[in-house]
Design a protein around this ligand. Structure first.
Ligand code: 291
Ligand code: CA
Length: 160
C-alpha cells in the first residue's frame, strides 16, 4: 500500500501541474477575448459586459435584439455600471434605452424581471411622464436618466 500511495500522489501532482498550465493559457486567452469583446463599443464591470453595435431602434426592437443576441438591454445597477454604460453612449454620442420601464406599474419603474429598481440616476426633474406617455428610460451621454416615450428610437446597448 505504501508504494502505490506514493505513486498516486505523484500522478496527482503531475495532473495538477498540467491543469495549472492549462489554466494559465486559458486566462491569457480570456484576457485577449475581453479586449476583443470591448473594442471599441464595449465596457466590462466585473463579470458584466455592456456593448453596442451602433444600431438604433424603438424600445421593443432593442429589447428583442439584445435577447436574440443572448443578453438583455443594459441595466446599470450601481454607479460603476452606470459609468460604463455612459461611456459607451458617449462614444457614439447617442442616448440609449435601458432595461427599465413603468409599463406594467405606471409611476413605479421596474427591471425587465419585474423587480422594482434599486439604483437610479435621474436628471433633476425626472421622471416627469411628459404628456403622460413616457414609460421607458433613456440614458444621456452624460450618464443621467430621463423617462421617454418607448416609441422613440435610441441606441442599442445590451449587457451580457
Ligand atoms: C423635455 C422634458 C423631458 C421629456 C422630453 C420629451 C421630449 O426635455 O420634459 O422630461 O422626456 O421633453 O418629452 O419629447 C419630444 N417628442 O420632444 C426636452 C429635451 C430633451
Ligand atoms: Ca421625461
Amino acid at each position: 500500500k505504501g508504494d502505490s500511495g506514493l505513486s498516486e500522489v505523484n500522478l496527482l501532482k503531475s495532473k495538477v501541474s498540467a491543469l495549472e498550465g492549462q489554466l494559465k493559457a486559458l486566462q491569457a486567452n480570456f484576457a485577449k477575448y475581453q479586449k476583443v469583446a470591448t473594442f471599441p463599443g464595449g465596457r466590462t464591470v466585473g463579470n458584466k459586459v455592456f456593448k453596442t453595435n451602433g444600431y438604433e431602434g424603438n424600445f421593443e426592437d432593442l429589447k428583442q435584439k439584445c435577447v436574440q443576441a443572448g443578453g438583455q438591454l443594459a441595466t446599470p445597477r450601481n454607479a460603476a455600471e452606470n459609468d460604463a454604460v455612459q461611456k459607451v453612449a458617449a462614444l457614439y454620442n447617442k442616448s440609449a434605452f435601458l432595461g427599465i420601464t413603468d409599463l406594467k406599474t405606471k409611476g413605479t419603474f421596474k427591471y425587465l424581471n419585474d423587480q422594482p429598481i434599486t439604483y437610479s440616476n435621474w436628471l433633476q426633474g425626472e421622471p416627469n411622464n411628459n404628456q403622460g406617455n413616457e414609460n421607458c428610460v433613456e440614458i444621456f451621454t452624460n450618464g443621467k436618466w430621463n423617462d421617454r416615450a418607448c416609441g422613440e428610437k435610441r441606441l442599442l446597448l445590451c449587457e451580457f
